[in-house]
Design a protein around this ligand. Structure first.
Ligand SMILES: [Zn+2]
Length: 322
């Protein structure tokens, strides 16, 4: 086998830690995963990240590894790799994650917000190949984003740019996970979709959703999608509403950064056309001018590996920039 460069990719999530060894083409050659068990605090979690890293590095000559990429739930400073109080990692006040990993692994470590990394991953290996202006949006438990403009990831003055899920669409709207009101995330992410479904059932709507769960409290966005796919009108209307708000959010994004393409990933995007049709319709109806009409809105291509491939892409970007 050729002595090719290798990259260690780490995807730190609120529930799972995943690591992989990859080649520069994005082929994942070895993998390891474990539960995050975030409630045990940063020290224990960092220990588990290192265990996963050591597992995929076993038998590999360290000198072949050009860098380590780490994707973490933001906010994270992309230059220092310090993580600041991510909502799903309790106790991470200001943890120098990149420095800690670099010191133990003896390798250069590059870190970034997971949605930003996903944008880099989709651009290099997925639905945004060859594009210099694109926006990635993930719709799952929350709504995150990554903006690439003129070939560069937009990180902002202190590294916290790209929070497209936290734009205000309804000034007096529902409370968002961040504490503000009426943000896109509070109106269209998975929990908002589930909440709308529970409310519809409480108000007496007749829907297949009631038959898909033993208790309305157990309804998730997945339940809504399943019922919608099977033709349920109430479920379809809920996805339509979520798509409407996502479309409004994208109109703002298009007016500000005018991407060639918008890539939507995350669990909720699995609803496919039931969500994409109202998104595209809303965007088409609300753009300020027909000049923006060429923006394509497509599904993400990388699926569950987007976090790892984003970390690989980050290392390749950083190494090229040096
Ligand atoms: Zn918010």
């Amino acid at each position: 086998m050729q002595q090719q460069d290798l990259i260690l990719a780490i995807d730190l999530g609120g529930t799972q830690i995943r690591a992989a060894l990859a080649d520069p083409q994005g082929m994942l050659l070895a993998r390891a995963a474990t539960q995050t068990r975030a409630e045990e605090g940063p020290e224990a979690v960092i220990g588990r990240i290192i265990e996963c890293a050591e597992q995929v590095l076993e038998g590999v000559e360290r000198t072949r590894v050009i860098g380590v990429g780490v994707g973490a739930p933001g906010p994270i400073n992309p230059w220092t790799g310090v993580l600041y109080n991510p909502p799903n990692l309790p106790g991470w006040e200001a943890v120098p994650l990149a420095d800690r990993l670099a010191a133990t692994l003896g390798l250069p470590v590059y870190a970034g917000n997971d949605a930003n990394l996903a944008a880099l991953g989709e651009r290099r290996f997925g639905a945004g190949q060859g594009m210099d202006d694109l926006v990635y949006m993930t719709v799952s438990t929350g709504i995150g984003g990554g903006i690439i403009s003129g070939g560069q990831l937009v990180v902002g003055a202190r590294g916290f740019a790209g929070e497209i899920g936290h734009q205000t669409l309804e000034p007096d709207g529902p409370l968002c996970g961040c504490g503000q009101r009426g943000h896109l995330e509070a109106l269209a992410a998975g929990p908002a979709i589930a909440r709308a479904a529970r409310r519809a059932l409480q108000e007496g709507a007749t829907s297949l959703m009631a038959e898909l769960v033993d208790d309305p409290e157990h309804i998730t966005a997945e339940t809504v999608t399943e019922a919608a796919v099977r033709g349920d009108a109430v479920a379809r209307q809920i996805l339509e509403r979520a798509g409407f708000y996502i479309g409004l959010g994208l109109v703002n994004v298009i007016h500000m950064v005018e991407p060639q393409r918008i890539i939507i990933g995350g669990g909720v995007s699995q609803a496919g056309e039931l969500l994409f049709a109202p998104i595209r319709r809303t965007v088409a109806e609300r753009l300020m001018s027909p000049v923006y009409r060429g923006v394509e809105i497509v599904s993400a291509a990388l699926g569950d590996d987007v976090g790892l491939l984003g970390a690989v892409a980050l290392v390749l970007e950083m190494r090229n920039a040096e």
